[in-house]
Design a protein around this ligand. Structure first.
Ligand code: CP3
Length: 347
């Protein structure tokens, strides 16, 4: 493929760039005072996600402070079920609440054909961020994203987070025809959603499978790997070269199989993954991303820096993007992120 000039895109495409490019999962949002000010102004979280001017501004905020190599679109994985007509709200202190889908009647109420129109403001945000990056941070690349079908189905069936998604996992065993129908619907709608983000200007795409680690190995293959592989195949038909990042959180020893069978260009490692093991277990042409513990960034200081350096040492010489092992958390002091950026830039 052509030698993309942006460091993040080079690394995601399999080039060992050093010092490694970096960005942080959930980097736009909750821990930044300027985000909280803007969030208060917008009122509702969904209104913020569907307001292109404000969402583009929030996307760019962390880059102004820390000069990350990547900007991740400010949106949420649950905007897709919302756009298909599933009632959704974000309750203060409780996280997302949806009207749960537990049977064929519930599934039939979804309106996938209507999703594109409701998602239009998000595509508008993507275009605005691309224009903003060209002005403010020309070396940074824009990452679009979606939840994986399994992780999105977890919320759609359960109706909420905060637990172990017992209803969703039970449905996958008890009624695989119904669960499979939901997953297939999500494979198609997620493909369209990601391709539309790429069309609007996203330069790399990430699939968040935050709850993949709740599955047994056989269920992981069926409900995480296979649907993700289908999305990768669909996207590759249209955009053969766009970097694709998969994040099968807590996949453990199934990480190399996930990498190989889905065909993603990069796999993101969660906090529990040993980067020294992943460095050899995952084929060298697949880039790795990760995996500093978000709590280490809350703590900061020498403990954070030592952890960051040991990840860097394990990844040296390999295509790699420095990131966290899960999303940055609200109590993170912004100055600890600045200190982390300095450590990464030293390589
Ligand atoms: O910088 C970024 O990454 C911002 C864009 C982004 C958000 N959510 C914004 C958000 C991204 C990439 C996500 C992904 C997401 N959302 C995942 C996968 C990654 C992960 O963390 O595992 C999941 C599982 C969700 C679902 C979700 N959205 C939950 C569970 C919650 C509530 C808890 C929380 O994290 O705050 C949300 C709300 C949400 N999504 C907020 C933000 C900034 C907080 C909303 C607020 O300001 O009140």
């Amino acid at each position: 493929m052509e030698n993309a000039p942006k460091p993040l895109l080079r690394a995601l495409s399999g080039e060992a760039v050093w010092p490694p490019p970096f960005w942080l999962m959930r980097q736009a949002g909750r821990y930044l005072p300027e985000y909280r000010a803007l969030r208060a102004q917008a009122g509702d979280f969904i209104r913020l996600c569907t307001n292109p001017a404000l969402a583009a501004e929030v996307t760019l905020q962390p880059l102004r402070r820390y000069g990350m190599d990547g900007a991740i679109l400010f949106s949420d994985i649950l905007m897709l079920p919302w756009a298909m007509g599933q009632p959704l709200r974000y309750a203060e202190g409780e996280g997302p609440l949806l009207e749960p889908i537990r049977d064929a009647e519930g599934l039939a109420k979804l309106d996938p054909a209507g999703a594109a129109a409701r998602l239009a403001p998000i595509y508008e945000t993507v275009s605005r961020v691309r224009a903003g990056l060209a002005q403010e941070a020309p070396k940074a690349a824009l990452i679009g994203f979606a939840g994986s079908p399994f992780t999105v189905a977890c919320y759609m069936v359960e109706g909420r987070g905060g637990g172990e998604f017992a209803h969703a996992r039970r449905m996958a065993y008890a009624d695989p025809a119904l669960f499979g129908k939901l997953i297939r619907l999500l494979v198609d709608s997620t493909t369209e959603y990601l391709l539309a983000q790429a069309e609007a200007g996203a330069e790399a795409l990430m699939l968040f499978d935050s709850w993949a680690g709740l599955l047994s190995p056989a269920q992981f293959r069926r409900w995480s790997i296979e649907p993700s592989a289908a999305i990768v195949r669909n996207i590759r038909k249209v955009r053969p070269d766009i970097p694709l990042i998969g994040f099968p959180r807590l996949a453990g020893p199934l990480l190399p199989e996930y990498a190989q069978r889905t065909g993603v260009s990069t796999v993101a490692m969660d906090t529990a993954m040993d980067p020294r093991w992943a460095a050899t277990a995952v084929p060298a042409e697949v880039a790795l991303q990760g995996n500093l513990d978000p709590q280490a960034v809350v703590a900061g200081g020498a403990a954070m820096e030592a952890e960051a350096r040991s990840i860097l040492a394990a990844m040296r010489g390999r295509p790699f993007v420095f990131n966290l092992g899960h999303g940055i958390v609200p109590p993170t002091p912004p100055e600890h992120v600045a200190a982390l950026a300095r450590v990464i830039r030293m390589g």
